[in-house]
Design a protein around this ligand. Structure first.
Ligand code: AMP
Length: 934
């Protein structure tokens, strides 16, 4: 085997220098007789790269030499008194077995319900060792406890304590040797037991007292009211406080949390510092008058500061709906926005912490998506801490085995080589150690890490539930099981560090705080570390005056900048043609097409010093080859982005081809935009129909986040839409669904039909201080339609027209029929009207369907007061598109005594037909219907 290949293989293997002797012996015996080693090892050896014609002995000697070298490096290979060479190998094998499989026999279930078979690999006999060898001294290989040799008996005890105690560490699946060694060092050096001072122990005890105390208080004061008690998972409270304190000590400035409802009230009061009297008021029925709909208590977010030895840390608990796990990408997006604002590329300044349920983390695909995003350029946040509150009950009644197929609920984390620390929730000190290791791992390696807090749920799913009905055995045990606080207080009393009297005193003090309605978190501080001011964006309406003209000269200057690229950067011929055309558009020689106008809008934003962030599956190029914001050098594949080269000191321009997901990418961008009011943030669907894979984000966040939680969001969503015969899926972005979600002026739904309109619509979204979502039915064929062009002058007005009236020279007095429409069908109507010289038909485009521009439409209709026939024309089937949701607006605008008819496809289950010939026929029919005067 060539040296380099072998070295690389050895380095990437979990068996490194320290285990060299064992490995060499295995390989020797394999060479003698391939059947003498296990099938697993046979596969490994068979897969070693082979050199044609090289003899086996030669390869083996090379390998032996390499292992000798590696062995020297570790300086720990000498077998010492009493043990034979062969036994030494077995001892190293035993160490390895504990590292790989110790977690399977760890004591991580506080209820002792989880029956697991004894792992054979952890038995001495499996390695041809026995208690008779206990007094023999062996080399400890890479076992990181600081001793080169140990008696087997002591080593076995140390291994059992380290890997089969209250922490079950899964990390040998990780692909980086450095990271694996790091974890080994952290666990083995303390045998998985932290050394806490009495002060630290008291802090942990206080956390448990608070967790328990609040639930008992609420249970007594508001019996039967839903609170989704944390009881059983009480260790979450000291865990989170340790996490924040340690993060703050390392210089972290903000921590963003996402969690579902279980334990949320407890976290709000006992970690975030929400005043308990406010919570009691909420139980009593008081609510915020500002919000139009508001939300239940256990969906509420919160913001505060928390003092740590490193200074104040800002805490934000994200608001979220009941849908489990969807808040995770929202949290990541929020963290990314905060990191971008702080110009922190490594992730040190902002920490994401997501808290999961055991069934949800295994069951919900969005978890996989966020793991997959965790190191991708557009979404990375320097790793996140993921905590599972594993109460061993699925949702209301299920058993773990009904909710997953893997051994643990955390299997998915292995896809990104994340370490997973399963920890017994009844051992709070082990919980603290796991927390410290997790945080330090994230700081060191900037990657995700998982803590599986194995605990239980003392009551039912909610407080009105009777859990014994479905989990009789589990709840028999739980009823008799002491609380985490009782267990720890007894432990501290027994070991003589904190007396029972002192524990009781602390509990009484906590209760007094609740009685007096005082903040229970000593570290709570009013917000100062908060890095953005939202007040300029609050209280604005969609029809506020925002108009901002831009001179044609300035447009030309920017257009020229974004149409040119260095000569040394050869681009593809088709792209060159597009850019050559753009140069002509920049000089005014040619009218602007869609791609040029859209890019010019971005140029204006970055020129004003603000950020543009566009994310989607094909956003750099544009799905339909129209954007080309990223130019690929055809010789060396380097990239050049004209929009990053507009001027010195411009705003950042980030265009990201996203991971292949809709729901988590959209949720991420929602999170980004709710944490960053400045600039333009866009999510682009590859085809509009893909947005339905992200429906939960539209339904539960985008359309109602402001009304439920007072969280503004200026996200723009470009959803390609239009009937071009591409079949049922790629025709419609399901406009009707967005219109159905519209009320309370919650968002804008626009269908721009010209380059000038898209230019001014995108600019309006940034310039106008209102921050509300913008859903855009964006075009496909219009991107290259010869009539869909605009002049620089049209762009320069700075106005987005919500309604566009007749553009041809038609005398209003001659008009007997007015057609309303939106989007691409306009051009088909226009061409046919021109072709047939139907000068008695006027066409009015509604470019913003919501909020409906009633006054603008009425103004446009003033000249058609004599007309009796009004028709709404759409490409979509009658049960889809704007007809059902918007017809009342059209009817309200037309003169009294007139009527409105419908021209479009008949109602249909599918959004469109799959046959081009039928599509064409339908399209022609609806256009003629619309234009035919009755
Ligand atoms: P956070 O940094 O998320 O903790 O937010 C701190 C404060 O900023 C909140 O308490 C709100 O007053 C305000 N804020 C944050 N995000 C938004 C938003 N999307 N819309 C309106 N106000 C916000």
């Amino acid at each position: 085997m060539p040296e380099g290949v072998m070295k690389a293989w050895i380095e990437s293997s979990h068996l490194s220098g320290a285990n060299a002797a064992y490995f060499e012996e295995l390989y020797e015996s394999y060479l003698d007789n391939s059947q003498s080693v296990s099938a697993e090892w046979r596969t490994v050896f068979e897969q070693l790269p082979k050199i044609e014609g090289a003899d086996v002995e030669y390869r083996h000697s090379e390998i032996r030499e390499e292992f000798k070298q590696l062995a020297k490096q570790t300086q720990k290979t000498v077998v010492v008194s009493g043990g034979s060479d062969a036994k030494q190998v077995k001892v190293l094998q035993l160490i390895n077995s504990f590292r790989f499989r110790g977690h399977q026999n760890a004591n991580i279930d506080p209820l002792g319900l989880w029956q697991r078979d004894k792992v054979r690999d952890l038995q001495l006999s499996h390695h041809d060792l026995s208690e008779n060898d206990f007094d023999k001294e062996f080399n400890t290989g890479s076992f990181a406890n600081g001793q080169e040799t140990m008696k087997l008996g002591d080593l076995y005890k140390a291994l059992s304590k380290t890997y089969c105690g209250s922490i079950g560490a899964e990390y040998m699946h990780m692909t980086s040797t450095e990271e694996k060694r790091w974890i080994q060092q952290r666990l083995e050096s303390v045998q998985s037991k932290p050394k806490l001072s009495v002060e630290q122990k008291e802090e942990v005890l206080k956390g448990l007292i608070a967790a328990d105390g609040l639930e008992k208080y609420l249970g007594a004061k508001f019996p039967g009211a839903k609170r989704f008690s944390l009881e059983g998972g009480d260790a979450l409270i000291p865990m989170l406080k340790e996490l924040i304190t340690r993060a703050g000590s390392k210089g972290t400035k903000e921590v963003v949390f996402g969690m579902a409802h279980r334990g949320r009230l407890n976290v709000l009061v006992n970690v975030m510092g929400k005043n308990p009297s406010k919570l009691f008021d909420e139980f009593g029925g008081k609510h915020d008058e500002i919000l139009s709909s508001g939300d239940v208590k256990y969906h509420q977010g919160y913001s505060s500061d928390f003092v740590t030895p490193g200074g104040n840390v800002h805490l934000a608990l994200a608001f979220n709906p009941s849908h489990l796990e969807i808040v995770n990408p929202v949290v990541m997006g929020s963290v990314r926005a905060r990191l971008d604002r702080r110009k922190c590329t490594q992730g040190d300044l902002v920490l994401p912490v997501t808290i999961h349920g055991d069934s949800a983390i295994a069951g919900q695909g969005v978890v996989q998506e966020t793991f997959n995003m965790s190191q991708a350029r557009a979404f990375k946040v320097g790793g996140s801490i993921r905590i599972v509150v594993n109460n061993q009950v699925g949702f209301t009644t299920s058993k773990p085995e009904d909710t997953r197929s893997g051994e643990y609920c955390t299997e998915i984390a292995k896809m990104v080589s994340a370490p997973i620390l399963h920890v017994n929730g009844d051992d709070p000190e082990a919980v603290i150690l796991a927390t410290q290791i997790a945080l330090d791992f994230r700081s060191e390696f900037k990657r995700d890490v998982v803590i599986d807090l194995v605990c239980y749920r003392r009551h039912g799913h909610n407080e009105a539930d009777e859990p014994s009905a479905t989990q009789p055995l589990m709840y028999k045990i739980i009823k008799k099981h002491p609380t985490p606080r009782q267990l720890y207080a007894t432990q501290l009393d027994n070991e003589g560090s904190i007396s029972k009297a002192k524990s009781d005193e602390l509990a009484n003090y906590y209760r007094k705080l609740l009685d007096e309605g005082q903040c229970t978190v000593e570290q709570w501080r009013p917000m100062t570390e908060h890095s953005v001011d939202w007040t300029p964006f609050i209280g604005h309406n969609w029809d506020d005056d925002y108009q901002k003209e831009i001179s044609v000269e300035k447009l030309k200057e920017l257009a020229e900048k974004i149409s040119t690229y260095p000569e040394s950067h050869p681009v593809h011929g088709r792209v060159k043609k597009i850019y050559d055309d753009r140069v002509k558009m920049a000089s005014g020689e040619k009218l602007l097409d869609w791609g040029m106008a859209e890019n010019l809008a971005y140029a204006c934003v970055v020129d004003s010093g603000q950020r543009v962030r566009i994310t989607g599956q094909d956003s750099g190029r544009g799905t339909f080859f129209h954007r080309h914001a990223v130019l690929h050098n055809q010789e060396n594949a380097n990239l050049y982005l004209p929009l990053q080269n507009v001027r010195e000191g411009q705003g950042p321009f980030d265009v990201n081809d996203s991971v292949l997901s809709e729901v988590s990418v959209l949720a991420f961008e929602y999170g980004y935009t709710t944490a960053e009011p400045a600039g333009l943030t866009i999510w682009e669907a590859q085809f509009g129909d893909f947005a339905n894979c992200a429906q939960v984000v539209f339904d539960q966040f985008i359309s109602s986040g402001e009304q439920k939680w007072g969280r503004l969001c200026g996200l723009t969503m470009l959803l390609p839409h239009g009937y071009e015969g591409q079949g049922p899926e790629h025709s419609s972005a399901r406009l009707e669904r967005f219109l159905q979600l519209c009320a309370d002026h919650n968002m804008q739904v626009c269908v721009p039909s010209t380059p000038a309109q898209v230019f001014n619509m995108l600019r309006r979204q940034v310039i106008r201080p209102m921050r509300r979502p913008l859903v855009v039915m964006s075009p496909k064929s219009l991107l290259r339609h010869p009539l869909a062009v605009s002049s620089l002058e049209e762009l320069s007005t700075g106005v987005f027209h919500n309604v566009i009236g007749e553009i041809d020279d038609i005398n209003p007095k001659d008009v007997t029929r007015v057609v309303f429409c939106s989007g691409k069908v306009y051009y088909e109507l226009l061409e046919q009207r021109r072709k047939n010289e139907l000068n008695n038909v006027a066409i009015i485009r509604i470019e913003q369907l919501y909020p409906f521009p009633e006054q603008e439409l009425q103004k446009e209709l003033e000249q058609y007061q004599h007309v009796k026939q009004f028709v709404w024309c759409q490409e979509e089937p009658q049960n889809q598109g704007a007809w059902y949701c918007s017809q009342h607006h059209f009817r309200a605008a037309i003169p009294d005594g007139t009527y409105l008819t419908y021209a479009g496809r008949k109602a249909s289950a599918a959004p469109a037909v799959g046959y081009m010939s039928v599509h064409v026929k339908e399209q022609q029919a609806l256009v003629s219907d619309a234009l035919t005067v009755e």
